[in-house]
Design a protein around this ligand. Structure first.
Ligand SMILES: [Fe+2]
Length: 498
């Protein structure tokens, strides 16, 4: 099989692995999810973050508390699932909703906002039909249309990254979508190379200080992994393929100066379950496996094992002069978090104590020995100073919560060297989302900001807050309020105005 045939075969396999093999459920199941959520929302207003959301709006002047620095100019772009329901049918998993992009633009102390759905093939077709057309998760859609490729059902709902003069809306199993950063209009899917059309391009690319973009995509059926190297403009520089033997969900990865780290959590696929999300199974005896891959030739140099766990998100990785490699991630002891997410879609919530992740530092010594250090506290959505990607960083920023709360409600930074935590608690009436580091013209993690959104559920309004990154406990230096709420999203990035 030549390269073109091999890759084309991968594309087909990827789409097939996302399709349920049987009609497992009746549409009444998803109608039940719809009704359960609707009923729960009437008595639990905190659930508005998971409510179906269709409004596209523009707000010129947000109400500002405090003062955004005059020189703080640019846009925070965020992505997340928003459209979960059509015709009284509700998706059973949060990850399945159509992606909506939110843009908060900062200029001379003023803040403006706009949002738009990514106009994917799926979204456009279903808008016209006014119903769901593809039954990729086995919820029993009537007369479903065939799924010819992963991009047929690509919701573009996970991350948004400025690339060159475009924005790329990202999902895990299909192509990136290109958007206009000014208007948020969708231009179309990104084809990096004719041989790579429709290949999975994950939602967590890593961008180095010189603008080089690294990413991966996993073909779940074959276990083959594509690794991409892109120029800052988004042009393909090179790619490689390795056989991982891994077939389950793979959400994130890392780079160091010399290596790509592919970290395979302790998951396997249960073919009996009805949807790809429900097929994810935690294997308590299966170590987490780390593949160390040479950036130059995309070849696996070594493989290492850590105690079994599950990780959605990693912070950063770096290597010492002696070849030792360190990386951090938010470690779950199992996969209960997936059930928690699914239950929230049906309006059933539970305290964090049932499932939470903790910042953990993993080390691979030059002699191959491995060790891990788990830090106290709940931690998810880790971010670092962007220019430290692949280099030794001191701090990892994340959101946190308490075990007896249902939601994440704080922001925190962890000094990896000392274990010291600096945090700010928004309070239990906020649902706090990912906060990102915005550097302020300096490298080495100094004089930067932390920027992120939160939903204040009693007032049904969302806000965007700016902190001094080195003094989170002082609280936000400025906060801008929308006159309405926006749905809870996943990831975002900042684009500085030039
Ligand atoms: Fe993610």
């Amino acid at each position: 099989m030549n390269r073109r045939d091999f890759i084309a075969n991968m594309s087909l396999l990827t789409s097939l692995s996302l399709v349920p093999k049987m009609a497992w459920a009746l549409e009444s199941d998803s109608k039940t999810t719809y009704q359960q959520f609707k009923k729960a929302l009437s008595s639990q207003p905190q659930l508005i973050g998971y409510q179906n959301y269709t409004q596209e709006r523009v707000v010129d002047n947000l109400k500002v508390e405090g003062q955004f620095p005059q020189g703080f100019k640019g846009s925070l772009f965020r992505n997340g699932p928003a459209l979960f329901e059509r015709d009284e049918v509700r998706y059973e998993h949060l990850f399945e909703g159509d992606g909506m992009i939110h843009a908060f633009t900062f200029d001379q102390g003023k803040v403006s906002y706009k949002n738009k759905f990514v106009q994917t093939e799926k979204h456009r077709a279903e808008q016209l039909a006014q119903r769901f057309l593809y039954d990729f998760s086995g919820i029993g859609i009537k007369n479903p249309k065939p799924i010819s490729s992963a991009d047929t059902i690509n919701p573009a709902n996970t991350n948004i990254l400025p690339v060159g003069d475009e924005l790329w809306a990202l999902w895990e199993a299909g192509s990136a979508h290109s958007l206009n950063p000014e208007t948020l209009e969708t231009k179309g899917t990104v084809t990096l190379d004719s041989d790579l059309k429709g290949m999975p391009f994950s939602a967590h690319p890593k961008v180095e200080a010189d603008g080089t973009i690294w990413n991966f995509g996993l073909d779940y059926s074959s276990g083959k992994l594509i690794m991409y190297r892109l120029k800052p403009s988004g042009q393909l520089h090179g790619f490689g393929v390795i056989d991982t033997g891994y077939h389950a969900m793979l959400h994130d990865f890392l780079v160091t100066e010399k290596h790509i780290l592919v970290i395979l959590p302790s998951l396997a696929i249960n073919q009996e379950a009805k949807s790809f999300m429900q097929q994810q199974t935690f294997m308590p005896e299966q170590p987490m496996r780390v593949l160390v891959i040479d950036k130059n030739d995309f070849k696996v140099k070594s493989s290492h094992e850590f105690p079994p766990c599950f990780i959605f998100h990693f912070g950063n990785a770096w290597e010492d002069a002696d070849g030792s490699i360190h990386f951090d991630g938010c470690r779950y002891p199992d996969l209960k978090i997936m059930k928690v997410i699914e239950q929230a879609m049906a309006g059933k919530t539970s305290n964090n104590e049932h499932s939470y992740s903790q910042s953990t530092l993993f080390t691979i010594r030059s002699n191959g020995q491995t060790s891990q250090q788990i830090y106290d506290g709940i931690s998810e959505f880790p971010r670092i100073s962007p220019s430290m990607t692949g280099l030794k960083n001191k701090k990892v920023f994340s959101i946190g919560g308490d075990k007896d709360q249902e939601w994440m409600q704080s922001v925190r930074s962890l000094n990896i060297d000392t274990g010291k935590v600096d945090s700010y608690d928004y309070g239990s009436d906020y649902l706090v989302e990912e906060h990102i580091v915005v550097e302020n013209g300096h490298r080495l993690e100094k004089n930067g900001y932390l920027l992120g959104t939160a939903l204040h559920w009693p007032s049904k309004k969302s806000c965007v807050s700016l902190f001094e990154a080195d003094n989170l406990s002082a609280g936000p230096i400025a906060k801008a309020w929308l006159p309405f709420h926006i749905p809870l999203g996943f990831h975002g990035n900042f684009s500085k105005a030039v």
